[in-house]
Design a protein around this ligand. Structure first.
Ligand code: ACO
Ligand code: ZN
Length: 223
């Protein structure tokens, strides 16, 4: 009944006794009542959020041995929109994004990867864009060699390049990562974003990528 695993965190006494919930992925200190309460709240909201009961009308755009991808468009029934909003809230929460309202909400396309266990384990939100700015390779700063800080201040080129499709969010459930779910979401997006054409990797852009997002994008776009 206990779904907890002990983590060995090499971060000194402060995080001693931290555990990760095997169901929702939250890391917390079980001995701290405040932390425990926060976990209980997050746990419930998270599992409700990724629960997918199946819809009368769903737009299945890809099927795989381990799940399927469902596309949700802005004028879909309210149960579909509600689920997308729920998932986006979880994703934004995890990414530390402010709730940003999309620029053209009536042109947003959301792709949900539904696992065989009837859970939303991947989400990609895309919108049309006109231009993008390339992320430049990181400056190797001699002042801080070996600095592994995960900051998001990538240097960007100030020369815009034409682009067609912006990926405003891409997320995969913590325990389902590195199973090519993100890759399959982007493949499906490229196929489905514009009717009748397959977008090249030059035509898609990742907005404000996180370190994970950048690693994924670099790998994806080179292959
Ligand atoms: N570190 C190094 N390489 C990676 C990583 C990583 N964390 N993630 C993906 N890659 C590379 C690998 O080469 C991988 O292939 P391999 O597993 O055969 O080596 C390849 O990309 C394909 O990876 P997928 O399995 O398709 O990626 P995954 O399903 O794990 O999802 C994602 C990647 C979405 C970035 C996931 O790690 C995630 O949800 N992270 C947290 C949320 C996040 O940061 N999202 C990006 C925000 S940026 C934005 O939304 C625009
Ligand atoms: Zn939990």
């Amino acid at each position: 009944k206990e779904t907890k695993i002990q983590l060995v965190i090499d971060a000194g006494q402060k995080h001693f006794g931290a555990i990760m919930c095997k169901a929702c992925g939250m890391i917390y200190t079980a001995s701290n009542p405040e932390d425990e309460l926060q976990h209980v709240q997050h746990h419930h909201r998270f599992l409700e959020g990724i629960k997918y009961t199946g819809w009368k009308r769903e737009r299945v755009v890809a099927e795989f041995w381990d799940g399927k991808i469902v596309l949700v468009l802005p004028h879909d029934p309210s149960y579909a929109i509600k689920k997308v909003e729920e998932v986006q809230e979880l994703v934004d929460n995890e990414l530390g994004f402010q709730q940003v309202v999309p620029k053209c909400p009536n042109k947003t396309k959301t792709f949900l990867f539904i696992s065989d266990e009837k859970r939303v384990v991947g989400c990609l939100i895309a919108e049309p864009i006109q231009q993008a700015f390339r992320v430049l390779s990181e400056p190797t700063s001699p002042e801080s060699p070996g600095s592994k800080e995960c900051h998001r201040a990538w240097r960007c080129s100030n020369v815009p390049v034409p682009a067609v499709c912006g990926i405003s969010r891409i997320w995969v459930f913590r325990f389902k990562r590195r199973k090519r779910i993100a890759r399959r979401l982007v493949d499906t997006l490229r196929n489905r974003f514009m009717f009748g054409c397959f977008l090249s990797t030059n035509e898609i852009a990742f907005s404000d990528p996180t370190p994970d997002g950048k690693l994924f994008a670099a790998k994806y776009c080179n292959t």
